[in-house]
Each structure stands twice: as structure tokens, then as C-alpha cells.
Design a protein around this ligand. Structure first.
Ligand code: 5RP
Length: 278
């Protein structure tokens, strides 16, 4: 997270916008400096506006070894960014079996103190999750606005990729989990109706009360003298527990809650091809 200072309310809209863009660029440059490995064979490139600066920072290195790297996109926009920069792309399903992506860079909509994040604000959810879970290292690149003590502090909903046929039953199941008013995301510029993901699915945005960290649940259990499994007495969910419950609903393809330990899970499953930067 870039530590660029927050624009104040007295600055003009244009100045605030350029301060945000500078913060995104600073975060991207730092991420590339710290985590990009020119010896890597596979690098994941996520979606959104911050990731454009990541690719720009990679290009600025002017390292000839970059031409040997295969960049794995998380969707249509991501692939266009890779190709426009003159880099080589590799579709996720062409990755050799049991080989990990050395490092995946991606943006986020909100990040908590445990580095869990909300993603899917740009509707590129499923492929982002695929790439992140197959990466030895997942580097979330975000400016100062995105970091909050708990998820759903400022970003209002959990994005969920849903197979269209199941959308009404998924919405009912989300209500049973305590989401007050889940809704299908709309917003095509030229035509009315739900937006479609790269997989032709819908995005359901589900509001929930602010999510708890695992430590909050442990603390509450100690104080209450009984075991709480993922949900506090006031209905607030712990991030990982909620992600698991939503994922278990029939018709849900992917949940926009990225829980901190993705990289560790991936390491247990495969080998890293290019050798990691320490
Ligand atoms: C797309 C995403 C993006 O990574 C997320 O929305 C961040 O985007 P930006 O960098 O434009 O703020 O999850 O589905």
C-alpha cells in the first residue's frame, strides 16, 4: 500500500484524481521493485486500473529477460493490457500441470489488517481467484484508500460470481446467511440488464455487516466462555467462515473474499517454475 498522503476535501476533484492515480502508480512501482523476478517463467497479471501501472512498471525495467516470461491474464481487460505492452500472454488452461505461477499481481477493492481482501469490483472474479490460488506469491497492489481495519468498512458489498440460472436461489441463500439485500449488478453502458463476467455469469453484490478478523472471534469466544464458529452473536461473520459458507451455495462459482493464505495453499500443491525472488 502506497503511503502517499490522502488528498484533502479542499483540493479540487481533478487534483484529488491525479493524487489517487499517483498513489496507484507509486504502489505499483513498489510492488514491482520488491516482488517482480525477471527470472520468473510465469507471472499473473490481474484486472482493474492499478494493474495497468504494474505492467507499466515492469516495462520500465527494460530488462530483456521480460520477453521470456509468460504473463497469465485474469480476463479480457487484463489480456489486453499484457498484449498492448508487447508482452507474451498465456491462457490459464495452458499452464503446465503442477507448476505454480511465480507471482501474481492484482488489485483489490478493500483490504483488512490480516491482508484478506475484497475483489470483484470490476467483475473479473473467477479468473482472478484461479490465478491467485495457483500462484506461489499473491501480491495485492493497492493505494492507501483500500486499507481498512475490517472488510466492508468502506466497500459496501461482497461480490459473488453466480451462474445465471441459479441467481434467485443464491440470493435467497445469501439472505439466510444474513445479507440484508443482495442484488444482481447492472450497469452495461449501452444496454439495460445485468453485467456479464468473462465467463458469461452474473455478479451478485451482497452487503453484510462489517466482517470480523479471526482474532475477534477467538476473543469473543474467550469472553463468552463458549465456542463461536465463524459468526459473532450479533450476526457478524469472520472472513474465512463467510467465504466458505457462500462458496458452498449451489450456483456460486466464486466469492470475492480472498483470504490471506492463498499462497501457502498453492505452495503445498505444486512446484515453482522460475525460482522465486527471496
Ligand atoms: C476486478 C478487481 C480489481 O482488481 C479491483 O476492483 C481493483 O481495481 P482498481 O485497481 O481499478 O481499483 O477485483 O474485479
Amino acid at each position: 500500500v502506497s503511503d502517499a498522503s490522502l488528498p484533502t476535501t479542499s483540493t479540487s476533484a481533478a487534483t484529488q484524481l491525479s493524487a489517487i492515480e499517483s498513489a496507484k502508480r507509486a504502489a505499483a512501482q513498489l510492488a514491482v521493485k520488491e516482488h517482480f523476478n525477471p527470472e520468473a517463467l510465469y507471472i499473473g497479471i490481474g484486472s482493474g486500473s492499478t494493474i495497468v501501472y504494474v505492467v507499466e512498471a515492469i516495462q520500465e525495467l527494460k530488462d530483456p529477460r521480460i520477453q521470456n516470461i509468460l504473463f497469465v491474464p485474469t480476463g479480457y481487460q487484463s489480456r489486453q493490457v499484457i498484449l498492448k505492452a508487447g508482452l507474451k500472454d498465456l491462457k490459464f488452461d495452458s499452464l503446465p500441470a503442477d507448476i505454480l505461477i511465480d507471482v501474481a499481481f492484482d488489485g483489490a477493492d478493500e483490504i483488512d489488517e490480516d491482508l484478506n481482501c475484497i475483489k470483484g469490483g470490476g467483475a473479473c472474479l473467477y479468473q482472478e481467484k484461479l490465478v491467485a490460488t495457483q500462484a506461489a506469491k499473491f501480491i495485492c497492489v493497492a493505494d492507501h484508500r483500500k486499507l481498512q481495519p475490517r472488510l466492508l468498512t468502506k466497500w459496501p458489498t461482497v461480490p459473488i460470481e453466480v451462474e445465471p440460472l441459479a441467481v434467485t436461489t443464491v440470493i435467497s441463500a445469501l439472505k439466510r446467511l444474513g445479507s440484508p439485500a443482495p442484488f444482481v449488478r447492472e450497469g452495461h453502458i449501452q444496454k439495460a440488464g445485468p453485467i456479464k463476467t468473462d465467463q458469461d455469469n452474473f455478479i451478485v453484490d451482497a452487503p453484510f455487516p462489517i466482517l470480523l478478523l479471526f482474532a475477534d472471534i477467538e476473543q469473543a469466544a474467550k469472553q463468552g466462555g463458549k465456542e463461536l464458529k465463524g459468526q459473532g452473536e450479533d450476526g457478524q461473520w469472520e472472513v474465512q467462515a463467510l467465504a466458505k459458507e457462500i462458496k458452498a451455495i449451489e450456483g456460486v462459482l466464486s466469492v470475492g473474499l480472498f483470504v490471506g493464505e492463498n499462497g501457502l495453499q498453492a505452495k503445498a500443491r505444486g512446484k515453482i517454475a522460475g525460482g522465486q525472488k527471496p
